[in-house]
Design a protein around this ligand. Structure first.
Ligand SMILES: *[C@@H]1O[C@H](CO)[C@@H](O)[C@H](O)[C@H]1NC(C)=O
Ligand SMILES: *[C@@H]1O[C@H](CO)[C@@H](O)[C@H](O)[C@H]1NC(C)=O
Ligand SMILES: *[C@@H]1O[C@H](CO)[C@@H](O)[C@H](O)[C@H]1NC(C)=O
Ligand SMILES: *[C@@H]1O[C@H](CO)[C@@H](O)[C@H](O)[C@H]1NC(C)=O
Ligand SMILES: *[C@@H]1O[C@H](CO)[C@@H](O)[C@H](O)[C@H]1NC(C)=O
Ligand SMILES: *[C@@H]1O[C@H](CO)[C@@H](O)[C@H](O)[C@H]1NC(C)=O
Length: 433
């Protein structure tokens, strides 16, 4: 019977109460602010790296293997160590590439090292990099001014002088990649293992570039059972979009979407496209490297048709679409609610008809306001007929939603829009407890 606001306070304080019951500083909940870059509509998170520790913004990607970093420009650290090709770390990583370097020795250039192909998750361009370990830290959730314990991380050092294309397309200001994927040496796995904590992290993307979101590591389980809805994470059988690491399992977070509902009405979809086959084709995954959800053509058409039909019942006026979108409405007469413009809700129906992720106007629609145009456009994209993954849920649909990636129980917890509870991702205030 609690009001939305009380639910929010319960949700937030349960995170904090649990973190304060943990005695050892080794398992303190760690925190990184997330920024949204206006030029790409993608996100960066802040880490502290090297000795002395220096802040760096990294492009945030939930579906990548190993973190990587720009070592050509100003990598100065007294603590970095190349990863030698026959070390146990290199053997565990199983990158299958080793190398020598004939430039000036330094970070990213040494002999007999374990190498790795870093990959840009936006453009899928690859490069070469040598592995190194260095000191790493994040701030403590309860006191964002304080750094947490310093641990070691392994990352791939790229030299963008030679391979500069690898940086193009990432969120502006990124000096590397914060990979939070389902991989033993992703940043999230390394942080949790480094603090002997469960491999669980919580993500809340901001919707504005002037507000910051959060990612919490070692985040205690949220126990308020009705705060989050859970759906199983599905492990894709084959590697990511490129073939660089075909012997690794997919780092992506797939979920079992079975259909959409628009205004409560079922939208029938081709079930073959929703399943993941043995080559890793099909299915539904989450990506923070796509600004908007991308759908295979037949799925896009089915959703857009249903959406137009249901919005038509509200007498909303269609206008000429504004690139890159294909369905837009005149904004003037559309009422604004606390969860955005009053368009029909879109539900992502999951493992049962009663388990769905509701997407309101704030997450489904994009406001376009320029040169005499004022429109709300459906923020879903047609990815063409031959998509590798049939549904890629992108950033706009995730903003101001709390997502808990629980790798221990292989499940994803989601809150739906926090706006419904009168809060946003920018409103986490850890100092109040
Ligand atoms: C690594 O290889 C070098 C040269 O081949 C060898 O001297 C060294 O003992 C090896 N180290 C390990 C840990 O196998
Ligand atoms: C690696 O070894 C080669 C020859 O064995 C040498 O020319 C080169 O300078 C070395 N590179 C580094 C970075 O030490
Ligand atoms: C993950 O890494 C840990 C620590 O290096 C290792 O014990 C474990 O076997 C690895 N698991 C997989 C699936 O590679
Ligand atoms: C951020 O920008 C939005 C609109 O662009 C504005 O309404 C809001 O007040 C700004 N917030 C802050 C904290 O500056
Ligand atoms: C469903 O998708 C599969 C894979 O693209 C395709 O082969 C099949 O013809 C589609 N079925 C229908 C009924 O459109
Ligand atoms: C839409 O317009 C029709 C015809 O003008 C009217 O009968 C109907 O009540 C309107 N519906 C809404 C939801 O405004």
């Amino acid at each position: 019977m609690s009001s939305p606001l009380i639910t929010t306070i319960l949700l937030l304080s349960s995170i904090l109460l649990h973190s304060s019951t943990q005695v050892s500083s080794q398992t303190a909940t760690l925190f990184s602010p997330i920024r949204k870059d206006e030029s790409t509509n993608l996100y960066t998170m802040l880490i502290y790296l090297k000795t002395p520790l220096q802040p760096s913004q990294l492009h945030l990607d939930v579906g990548s293997y190993l973190p990587w970093y720009d070592c050509a420009r100003h990598y100065k650290s007294s603590s970095y160590q190349p990863v030698i090709y026959n070390s146990s770390l290199c053997i565990n990583l199983d990158t299958k590439v080793y190398g020598n370097c004939f430039d000036k020795p330094g970070p990213g250039c040494s002999n007999d090292t374990c190498s790795y192909f870093p990959e840009n998750p936006v453009t899928r361009k690859g490069g070469m990099g040598e592995l190194l370990t260095d000191k790493f830290s994040l701030t403590v959730a309860k006191n964002p001014a304080q750094l947490g314990p310093v641990s070691e991380i392994v990352l791939s050092c790229t030299t963008p002088n030679k391979y500069s294309r690898i940086y193009r397309g990432l969120a502006k200001g990124s000096t590397g990649l914060a990979s939070l994927g389902r991989f033993n040496y992703s940043l999230s796995a390394q942080i949790s293992r480094g603090s002997s904590s469960l491999w669980i992290f919580t993500l809340c993307l901001p919707s504005l570039s002037n507000a910051s979101g959060i990612v919490l590591f070692n985040s205690p389980k949220i126990d308020v059972s009705n705060s989050l809805i859970y759906t199983p994470l599905i492990l894709g059988p084959r590697g990511a979009d490129t073939q660089s690491f075909y012997w690794y399992k997919s780092p992506d977070y797939y979920i079992g979407l079975t259909s959409f509902k628009v205004n409560g009405k079922l939208v029938l979809l081709n079930q073959t496209l929703l399943a993941i086959d043995e080559l890793g084709l099909g299915g539904t995954k989450i990506s923070t490297s796509k600004p908007y959800t991308v759908l295979q053509s037949s799925i896009f058409t089915a959703l857009a048709d249903a959406f137009v039909k249901e919005s038509g019942k509200l007498n909303f006026t269609l206008v000429n679409p504004v690139e890159p979108f294909s369905v837009c409405y005149a904004a003037e007469k559309i009422p604004i609610t606390r969860v955005g413009p009053a368009f029909p809700a879109i539900d992502l129906v999951l493992q049962g008809k009663e388990v769905f992720w509701r997407i309101y106007g704030s997450n489904s629609m994009v406001r376009i306001k320029n040169e005499g145009v004022d429109a709300w456009c459906l923020g879903f994209m047609d990815g063409g007929l031959n998509t590798r993954t049939s549904i890629v849920i992108g950033g706009h649909q995730l903003e101001d939603n709390l997502l808990e990636f629980d790798l221990e129980r292989e499940r994803l917890g989601f809150s739906s829009s926090l706006l419904l509870r009168g809060t946003t991702c920018a409103d986490f205030d850890f100092k109040t407890t």
